[in-house]
Design a protein around this ligand. Structure first.
Ligand code: G4P
Length: 536
């Protein structure tokens, strides 16, 4: 057997952890993110969440609109070092109207941290996001937050998570009391209790630790909340299976931690678990073959495009997940779809507060490539190989609006703006075959508002966004054995009054009512109708 020392690429890949935090709004994602960043020294902010929220725009949120709505519109990326690992944390918008963006971000991570508000339990947005993770077998760690409040009983929460999310929960810690009587957590693996002290500026690792879960000191000091917790732990130990790493990696088991993010309590355990349990980047599937992260040649995939992140630069940044090899600044990259070559000199990495110039990156890292429309969502970049990664999802919109420019002299700006926002995935833009009015498609109402706002502030054109009669869209294709392009053209010609093309020229049929779609489907058995389009 070979005992060769690992290559630089191998050892760099091994120490990467790339994950996203998923939660329902208000569960504590922002708070937790900032506490995680504090550990790595990436930021040194002391103070309340409120103060941070006010200054948040300097860190993870760039957009003006966010200040107005107080929700996270733009997903962002933060890189930090912790222990001997490089951790890439991808932020996701919590608001369900931006779930499309979130789904795409989830294709770029190797693990997810699910934050649950212990008072509210499993909430709708958590459920939706988790479904996406489950579909991809993404390993999930669970953090149950806000134990410093009056919340649900931990056993009930555990049961709810198991039932609602269809995963086996394996508690790593267990809370002693809650709210005013929150005493801390029993660490079931280290056989100790960590004692809770409140305080937003509390530094991690400074809490008092009492050794031995059955130490008589605990019963004396914490009384009945301890007795109850000890009884529950016994029960859980009998009922819950042992932690199984393989089951965790395939998304069947989730380790569960309790804490209070705002008090920086229980956060470090989660970070440690992430380093110890979450996987390093693995292989990725392209149409042509499976690609290993330690292959010497660079490959990457664009999973997000953000226009005008920094108004001073007015740039468009393509977020690329490095899938293999080593990226070096100034190297030539082939955009496989178009065959064009890029030589990005100003690639950026995301070091929490400022965008810094990047020299090299390995699998698992996210790099930002400023460009002017050369890169689209789902694009694969290579050193020359013809390779196309799969799996970046686009969902059929569920709401439609037609859009017109308020000032006809600004038609050009409207078109340019919509094209860019469409390529970015902020909204889907359809060009109907009949007529000249563009259609916008979204999964959430807020997307229209954001687009109107951005058209005005970033592209200088006021748009009139009006109701549309359409309610359902389906991408249409026809496989070669069913007649291929010829049959598809026949379908398009026969339905030209309700056909449109999307941002990448994929033909789409638009209908007013679901029954109408069913009728079309039965009339055209050779045509396939897709609610989900995977970039390929
Ligand atoms: P999000 O990103 O998931 O939407 O949640 P965020 O971190 O903004 O937290 C939502 C609210 O929950 C915030 O309060 C935050 O202070 C609070 N919070 C987070 N972690 C804990 C915790 O461990 N215990 C308690 N009691 N509260 C917690 P807010 O009043 O909505 O915001 P702010 O006005 O304090 O900024």
């Amino acid at each position: 057997m070979s005992t060769a020392t690992p290559s630089r690429t191998e050892s760099e890949v091994r120490r990467r952890r790339t994950f996203a935090i998923i939660s329902h709004p208000d569960a504590g994602k922002t708070t937790l993110t900032e506490k995680l960043l504090l550990f790595s020294g990436a930021i040194q902010i002391a103070g309340s969440v409120k103060a941070r929220k006010a200054s948040r725009h300097a860190t993870s949120d760039w957009m003006e609109i966010e200040k107005q709505r107080g929700i996270s519109v733009a997903s962002s990326v933060m890189q930090m070092e912790y222990r001997d690992c490089v951790i890439n944390l991808l932020d996701t918008p919590g608001h369900q109207d931006f779930s499309e963006d979130t789904y795409r971000v989830l294709t770029a991570v190797d693990a997810a941290l699910m934050v649950i508000d212990a008072a509210n339990g499993v909430e709708p947005q958590t459920r939706r996001l988790l479904q996406v993770c489950r579909a991809r077998n993404t390993p999930i760690l669970t953090f149950v937050n806000k134990l410093d409040r009056e919340v649900q009983e931990p056993l009930a929460l555990m049961d709810e998570i198991e039932r609602e999310l269809g995963m086996t929960v394996v508690p790593f810690t267990w809370p002693v009391g809650m709210g005013k009587f929150f005493g801390g957590v029993l660490d079931l693996r280290k056989d100790q209790m960590r004692v809770f002290t409140p305080g937003e500026d509390r530094v991690a690792g400074t809490e008092e630790v009492v050794q031995g879960l059955t130490n008589p000191v605990l019963a004396e000091r914490f009384g009945s909340p301890y007795e109850q917790a000890a009884g529950e732990v016994e029960l859980v130990r009998e009922a819950a299976p042992e932690f199984n790493h393989a089951d965790f990696l395939s998304g069947k088991q989730t380790p569960m931690f309790f804490g209070s993010a705002v008090n920086n309590f229980g956060v470090q355990e989660v970070l440690d678990a992430l380093v110890d349990l979450a996987p390093a980047p693995g292989s990725r599937t392209a149409i042509q073959r499976e690609v290993q992260p330690v292959e010497p040649k660079f490959t990457g995939v664009v999973f997000k495009i953000q226009a005008n992140m920094d108004p001073a630069h007015r740039d468009r940044i393509a977020f690329v997940r490095v899938a293999s090899g080593k990226f070096e600044r100034g190297m030539n990259l082939k955009v496989v779809r178009s065959g064009k070559t890029l030589r990005p000199n100003t690639v950026v990495t995301f070091m929490s507060q400022k965008r810094e110039l990047l020299d090299e990156a390995f699998a698992g890292d996210i790099i930002g490539i400023p460009n002017h429309g050369v890169l689209q969502l789902g694009d694969t970049l290579t050193e020359g190989e013809a390779l196309q990664y799969t799996g970046l999802p686009f969902f059929a919109p569920e709401m439609f609006r037609s859009v017109e420019v308020a000032d006809p002299l600004k038609t050009k700006q409207l078109k340019a703006g919509l094209q860019q926002l469409g390529e970015e995935g902020a909204i889907q833009v359809f060009r109907p075959i009949a007529g000249s009015v563009l259609l916008l498609g979204a999964v959430g109402q807020l997307q229209f508002e954001v687009v109107a706002h951005r058209l005005e502030h970033e592209y200088g054109c006021k748009a009139r966004i009006m109701p549309s009669r359409f309610q359902v869209a389906r991408w249409v294709t026809c496989s070669p054995e069913d007649g291929g392009e010829k049959e598809l053209k026949r379908f398009i010609d026969a339905n030209d009054h309700r056909m449109a093309y999307d941002a990448v020229d994929a033909p789409t049929v638009l209908v007013e009512y679901a029954p109408e779609l069913r009728a079309i489907e039965s009339n055209w058995p050779k045509i396939k109708f897709h609610a989900l389009r995977e970039h390929a």
